[in-house]
Design a protein around this ligand. Structure first.
Ligand SMILES: [Zn+2]
Length: 270
């Protein structure tokens, strides 16, 4: 079955991962901008990163026949440096019209601080002004419910970004309702231990349905599995779900969300 991994940080993976993903029928990935494992020292560090995401990474993906899309932002962790964050937000428009850019992301909250909220709101201002899609990171473990609540409140206090143009990622059992009830798209991250396992993601689909929801590996430089989406496909098959239903979650839903971006171009597999 063809699938799309809508959240994977390929800059921190090797070319062999692209090859293995392609062999499992991955046809496209989308790569949000994220934390590099260290705080970058200047806006030029982000310029280089955005060049990497929009230049070399799509090329490297194409060697395995995978289409590569990306999202631009400064992540919540580095938003604590408000001055640098504002500089980064000011240069993002220079890169938005490059092929493969889908919007602003992954923005959101990490520790639910004031500075993170300020920079989250300023990213939303940019998305509203430039009419971009938004991809949102929600915090880990004990900070997740409160952070997701704060994110939904900040989105709902404004009327210039509509819910169907926003994906709230890393939802779990206790936050999926918040995102779905608000009319937002949801992403479930399939991690070996934290976030969702393939079985928990399948449970959530069974309970809350298959509309406006997708699954991703969020593969990065930490413990993660870039082949997690195929594991989810297997789990759904084991449970007797139809191929049509599985395909909706792993292929059609990400496409439906991405197609709202006017620059989005996609070549369907033969
Ligand atoms: Zn991520």
């Amino acid at each position: 079955m063809y699938y799309i991994d809508p959240h994977v940080h390929m800059v921190s993976r090797v070319t062999d991962d692209y090859e293995r993903m392609a062999r499992m029928n991955c046809v496209a990935v989308s790569e949000p901008a994220f934390w590099a494992g260290f705080d970058r020292g200047s806006v030029d560090g982000f310029r280089d990163y955005f060049e990497h995401l929009t230049g070399f990474e799509p090329k490297r993906a194409s060697w395995s026949g995978i289409q590569h899309y990306t999202w631009l932002c400064i992540n919540a962790k580095e938003a604590e440096n408000v001055e640098l964050a504002r500089e980064v937000i000011s240069i993002i428009p220079e890169y938005l019209n490059r092929p493969g850019v889908l919007g602003i992301g992954e923005i959101g909250l990490n520790k639910n601080t004031m500075n993170e909220s300020t920079i989250f709101r300023e990213h939303l201002d940019l998305a509203a002004k430039t009419n971009e899609l938004v991809l949102i990171h929600t915090p880990h473990l004990q900070d997740k419910y409160k952070g997701t609540r704060m994110i939904v409140d900040m989105l709902q206090e404004r009327n210039d970004i509509s819910a169907e143009r926003v994906c709230i990622d890393h939802v779990e059992e206790h936050t999926v309702r918040l995102a779905k009830d608000g009319g937002f798209w949801c992403g479930m991250t399939l991690y070996p231990t934290t976030k969702c396992t393939p079985a928990r993601a399948a449970d959530i689909i069974e309970r809350y349905g298959d509309d406006r929801i997708m699954v991703n590996s969020a593969g990065d430089w930490g413990p993660s599995n870039p082949l997690a989406v195929p594991d989810f496909i297997q789990e759904m098959r084991r449970r007797g779900h139809s191929e049509e239903k599985i395909k909706k979650v792993v292929y059609e839903n990400p496409l439906e969300f991405f197609r709202q971006c006017s620059r989005f171009e996609f070549t369907p597999p033969e």
